[in-house]
Design a protein around this ligand. Structure first.
Ligand code: GTP
Ligand code: MG
Length: 342
């Protein structure tokens, strides 16, 4: 059996495979496109779907790059989707159905801002959009079943009951089987949701929005074009300590139940995302399918332990790098070195 070096060079054939789409939703003028510009540093264009892939800020990646003198640095990525017309456009809704999570942008700036009722309105619209899809599908399923309802009809019924009671599908007590059927219809309210409070300068997240993430979309969009240092200084002047993107991404990771693991070496330091609870082979599979197929073991060290040791070589010499097998559950901040053979 040939054991291939676990250091993978070159682009992964699964580039982008695990990348998550975050769909921005909200009423007109809540600041979706402004936020899109702020977090993606990409200009937004009215009247078309704006898509941007952005690196997930992670200081650990920078530290490891310096420590291991990596030639290349690769951050995890997420894709933001800003659709024009929002939920009033069929095309927009179709694009949002492809998203992995929804971020509801709520206007908390300007006169007449009414965050709690605005959020309730968006949530109601999301449920109505799902209800329309579910009802149509239910009619079809019942017609096909001719009085002998199959699993599809049962799942669709459960979904319709929940939506009729104004319960978003993610909060409905659906059986795993029903949830699996429903996922085929990509309902919006089955997706994880985060709430973004688009704030006035100097204000903070209103209590009525609960756990919303606060951003200052307008200021951040303005500084998006500037050099990082200059932008930070200006944001600090406005009392903005955590840039919007970092806060938004952190909230999305929590909502999607993702964790980050890292790989580091001479050629590359890189951050990867996996679902919380992923095993070492599953994590290896995110890097490359061959690594999962031919997984032998993973050499693992936690980020903090590695930093304390000073370098990978020193960590190894001090016996701080553990050898883990197929059942190991990857932890946030683990640095993995996968041994595999194909
Ligand atoms: N003062 C202030 N103005 C903002 C803020 N965010 C957005 N705006 C302004 O609000 C207006 C609407 O913002 P957009 O980002 O275009 O809103 P949108 O949600 O994309 O709107 P639609 O695409 O029409 O659904 C623009 O004139 C922005 O400059 C903010 O945080 N503060
Ligand atoms: Mg817009």
């Amino acid at each position: 059996m040939q054991v291939i070096s676990a250091r993978i060079a070159g682009p992964s054939p699964r580039e982008g495979a695990g990348m998550k789409d975050i769909g921005l939703v909200g009423v007109p003028f809540s600041g979706k496109s402004t936020l899109f510009t702020a977090v993606t540093h990409a200009g937004s264009h009215a009247g078309q779907a704006n898509l941007a892939v952005v690196p997930v800020p992670d200081p650990r990646v920078d530290v490891l790059t310096r420590m291991e003198r990596s030639a290349k640095t690769v951050f995890a990525q997420v894709r933001f989707v800003d659709v024009p017309g929002g939920l009033s456009s069929a095309q927009g809704v179709a694009r949002l159905r492809e998203a992995d999570a929804l971020a509801v942008v709520v206007r908390c700036f300007g006169t007449g801002a009414s965050p709690a009722s605005e959020l309730a309105g968006v949530r109601a619209d999301l449920m109505l959009a799902d209800l329309a899809v579910i009802e149509t599908a239910l009619q079809k399923a019942e017609k096909k079943a001719r009085g002998k309802p199959g699993p599809d009809a049962a799942a669709l019924h459960a979904a319709k009951d929940a939506l009729d009671e104004e319960t978003p599908l993610r909060s409905a007590k659906l059986s795993p089987e029903d949830a699996a059927v429903l996922r085929g219809f990509a309902p919006l309210t089955l997706k994880p949701e985060i709430v973004i409070a688009n704030l006035e300068e100097g204000s903070s997240v209103p209590g009525e929005l609960g756990e919303a993430v606060g951003v200052y979309a307008a200021i951040e969009a303005e500084v998006a074009e500037m050099e990082t240092e200059e932008a930070r200084a200006l944001l600090e002047e406005f009392g903005v300590t955590e840039p919007g993107l970092e806060a938004v991404i952190a909230a999305c990771y929590r909502a999607l139940d993702l964790i980050t693991f890292l790989t580091t070496g001479e050629d590359e330091t890189r951050a990867w995302e996996v679902p919380h609870g992923a095993t070492a082979p599953e994590a290896a599979g995110v890097i490359h399918t061959d690594l999962q197929r031919g997984f032998i073991r993973a050499e693992v060290i936690g980020y903090d332990e590695l930093v304390a040791a000073g370098s990978m070589d020193q960590a190894k010499a001090a016996g701080k790098v553990r050898v883990e097998g197929k059942d190991y559950l990857v932890q946030e901040g683990d640095i993995l070195h996968v041994r595999f053979a194909v």
